[in-house]
Write a protein that binds this ligand. Structure first.
Ligand SMILES: *Cc1c(COP(=O)(O)O)cnc(C)c1O
Length: 432
């Protein structure tokens, strides 16, 4: 493979114009490549495992629009189903039979979900689930983990780190202290810290929310016994256990991390894959808890575009494709080959690294590790990651532009794509 410097003239022009029109030139911050330096590439189209930029460069994609593209981008069957649905209109704002179909699929698939409410994003799902936790228990406090992301609602924007975090000081200007004063934090994989929070706040904690496999601080799996321990602790304290499976739902396994690890939470949030690339989120769980949601019960939550027929259609078709035999075995096989390959290349080229995969979700940290939580993840060599990211981009491999994001494969990634990716990684790591 020849080392080329990417030609990205059009991307640069478009991004320069965008910066005058939109804050940072983007509609969501990580896209701006700030943490890896350089310019973001501007996409023209996506298909299968590939993306093309406006300058005509092709890349193997490991972002998958941040998770939804698990069947590969623009899967022909999803596109065809969308064409048909489009003919009937773009939004009803009224009940539609497609909601029943997707709801049944979600309820059948996800062990904790007996009833579900559709919303438009993961952020919305997490906001609503927190309100529901409080409504059901009559308690205001919530425990989250450092480095876990539950969308951008005020209550979840709590600084990830040490005592400041535990006090719930706002992470972002504009978030009032009152919004985060009930948010308690603990390091991921630290049961003792959770135990201590319950002891310090008796009968005040509505529940514990977490990414059962962390993807928003890089890829960090739960230690043996961690999820089990949280299940016991929440039950002992009359609190709810909530899995934020916006990323892991239908990715770690068809029934999410809760199926994979055999731990059933009380409530679950979903997003990303269940929208098949259109904007969808959902929250669901035990029937007695979900019965509190309006109009069945008094907890208010609503949405003009919720249950949108196009979004339901893309979600249904995506889940159908995932139900075919062998899909998760295939994701595990190619993703393990990629994750193991990257680690081996790092070893052979003399870089401290750790990482791994579960199903089609993977990570690589430039630190010897082990990484059990966000503090550990922060020991990564970020400047090395930036150079690695740039080198891979120049060789036609699109990785998430941050050390603190998991990577994703899809059913469209071939063995050959993985081989090409590893060959590129070998060149880049040898030059770091
Ligand atoms: C992406 C994500 C969210 C937020 O979802 P949006 O659709 O971006 O609002 C929440 N929780 C987790 C675990 C996520 O990965």
């Amino acid at each position: 493979m020849v080392t080329t410097t990417l030609k990205t003239t059009k991307s640069e022009e478009i991004f320069a114009a965008a910066q005058k029109l939109m804050p940072g030139g983007v509609s969501s911050p990580v896209r701006a490549f700030k943490s890896v330096g350089g310019q973001p590439i501007v996409f023209e189209s996506v298909r299968g495992a590939y993306i093309w930029d406006v300058d005509g460069n092709q890349y193997i994609d490991y972002v998958g629009t941040w998770g939804p593209a698990i069947c590969g981008h623009a899967h022909p069957e999803v596109i065809e189903a969308l064409h048909k649905a489009l003919e009937k209109g773009t939004s009803f704002g009224a009940p539609c039979a497609l909601e029943n179909v997707l709801a049944e699929m979600v309820i059948d698939a996800v062990p904790s979900i007996e009833m579900v409410r559709f919303v438009n994003s993961g952020t919305e799902a997490c906001m609503a689930v927190l309100r529901l936790m409080r409504a059901f228990t009559g308690r205001d406090k919530v425990i989250k983990f450092e480095g876990c992301y539950h969308g951008h609602a005020d209550m979840f924007l709590v600084k990830a780190g040490s005592g400041v975090a535990t006090l719930g000081l706002p992470d972002s200007p504009g978030v009032p202290k009152s919004a985060t004063s009930s948010t308690l934090t603990a390091p991921f994989n630290d049961l003792e810290a959770v135990k201590a929070l319950f002891a310090e706040n008796p009968d005040q904690i509505s529940g514990v929310i977490l990414e059962p496999v962390v993807g928003n601080a890089g890829f960090i799996p739960p230690d043996a016994g961690f999820l089990e321990g949280l299940r016991v602790l929440t039950q002992e304290n009359g609190a709810l256990l909530v899995f934020d499976e916006v990323m892991t739902g239908f990715r770690i396994a068809f029934g999410g991390a809760q199926e994979k690890f055999g731990i059933t939470p009380d409530l679950t949030t979903l997003g990303k894959i269940i929208g098949g690339g259109l904007p969808v989120g959902a929250y669901g769980g035990r029937r007695d808890i979900m019965s509190m949601v309006a109009p069945a019960g008094p907890m208010y939550q609503a949405g003009t575009l919720s249950g949108n027929p196009l979004a339901m259609t893309a979600g249904i078709k995506t889940l159908e494709l995932l139900q075919k035999p062998g899909t998760y075995e295939y994701l595990e096989k190619i993703t393990k080959k990629l994750a193991d390959g990257l680690l081996q290349i790092a070893r052979e080229t003399g870089h401290a690294a750790c990482g791994g995969n579960i199903s089609g979700m993977f990570g690589l940290f430039f630190t010897g590790g082990p990484v059990h939580n966000y503090e550990d993840a922060k020991k990564s060599d970020l400047s090395k990651f930036s150079r690695f990211h740039r080198g891979m981009l120049e060789r036609g491999v699109y990785l998430a532009p941050s050390q603190f994001e998991a990577g994703f494969t899809s059913l469209a990634h071939s063995d050959e794509d993985i081989d090409r990716t590893l060959a590129a990684a070998r060149e880049v790591m040898a030059s770091l």
